[in-house]
Ligand binder design. Sequence first.
Ligand code: PMP
Length: 414
Amino acid sequence: MNPETTELLARRERVLSPSYRLFYEQPIHAVRAQGCWIEDADGQRYLDAYNNVPVAGHCHPRILAAMAQQGGVLNTHTRYLTELPVLLAERLLATLPEPLGKVVLTNSGSEANDLAIRISRLMTGQRGVIVTDCAYHGTSDLLQGMSPVTGLPLGPDVYAIQMPLVPVGPEQFAALVSGAIERMEADGVMPAALIVDTIFGSDGVIADPAGFLAGGVQAIRKAGGLFIADEVQPGFGRTGAGMWGFTRHGVVPDMVTTGKPMGNGQPVAALIMRDTLATEFSKIQRYFNTFGGSSVSCAAALATLDVIDDEGLIDNAARMGKRLMAGLSPLIAASPLLTDLRGAGLFIGVQTVSGEIAAAIVNALRRGGVLIGAAGRGNAALKIRPPLAISESETGQLLEAFARAVNEVQRSNK
Ligand code: PMP
C-alpha cells in the first residue's frame, strides 16, 4: 500500500469512530473523481458502479457551477422567504402524480423517512409498520428498528415480510403484506404504514414483474394504513422508466421519500406527501430543519434535475441498462457461481451462490478497476449502479471487467 495511504489509515483510526467502515479488502484512497471515474492516491482510476449518489456523474461541471454561483449570492434556510425551495418543490411536484402536493426538504433520506413514519402514525392513529426483511431505511434510532439488514432487532410494532427472490405477482405480494397485518393485529397492533424501497435494493434488487407492488399497496390501504415509497435508491431516473421507481408498479404512494442522488452529492433530500396529510400534520406539529432546503442544496438539486432532462439521462439509463443486462445474461448462464439477473435500468442485481462468492467477485472487480457492492440475504447479490451518464464504451469496460473477475473467482474456487 502507498505509504501516504497507510499513514492516512492510521490517522483515521486514531480520530474517527470505529463504527465507520471502509469498503473493500484494500480500501480505496480516493483523491478526485470525474464522470463515472474515481481516482486514487496512486493515480489508479476506478469505474464507479457502486455509488448511486452522483447520478449525473461525479463533479458535474454544471451542477458545481450552480452551487458555486448560489453560494456567492445567498445560502440560507426556509425561515426567510426565498425562491429556490419553492422552485425546487414546484419542479419535484411536476414529476409526481396528482394527489402528491406538498414537499418537506431535508438533508438526508433518514430525515425524510423518519418524518414520513411519524406522520403516518399521527395521521392513522396507529403504530404498526411493515418493512421487508433486508430493508434499510435510515440511521435514526426509529429507522434502525425498521432496517433489518443492519442485524439489529426490529423496533416496537415493526413487522417484516420475507421478500421472495423469485418473481411474485400482485396477489402473492398482497398475501405477504396481509400476513404481516394479521400478525400485528394478533398482537393488538393496527397498521400505520407499509414502507418499501421500490426497487428493493438492499433486499438484493427485486424489480419484476412490474406491478407486483400494487397488491401490497391495496392490502395496506384496506387495513387503514398508508403506503410510503422510499425512493432514496431508485428515484431520480435510475430505473430508466421515469423519475420514480413506483411508476413501474402502477401505484400512487401516500408519501414519497428521496435523497442520495437528489443533489448529485450535495446533501439534499425530501418528503413529498398528499396535500391532506401535510395540512393535517401541520395542525399538530411544526417542522423546521436548519439546513433542509438551504439555498445551495436547492441549487444543486435544481441543476441535477436540469442535467437529467437536458442530457437525457433517464433514456440513457434505460439504454445502457439494457446493454448491461444483455451483456451480463450469457455470463450468468455460463457461470455456476451466478444464479439470477434482476433489475431495471441502471439498478442491476446479480444473484451469486453465497456471500463469500459475492465478496470475492466485488474484491476481484475492485482489483480490475470497477467498483460495485453486495446486498440482499447473506450479502449474496451483487449490486451494480453506475452513474446514469455512463457511456457505451464504459458499459463495455464494465462488462469486460465483470467477466474477468468472475473467471478469476471461478478459477480460484476450483
Ligand atoms: N432509504 C434507503 C433505501 C437507503 O438506501 C438509504 C441510505 N442507504 C436511506 C434510506 C437513508 O438515507 P441517508 O443515508 O441519506 O440518511
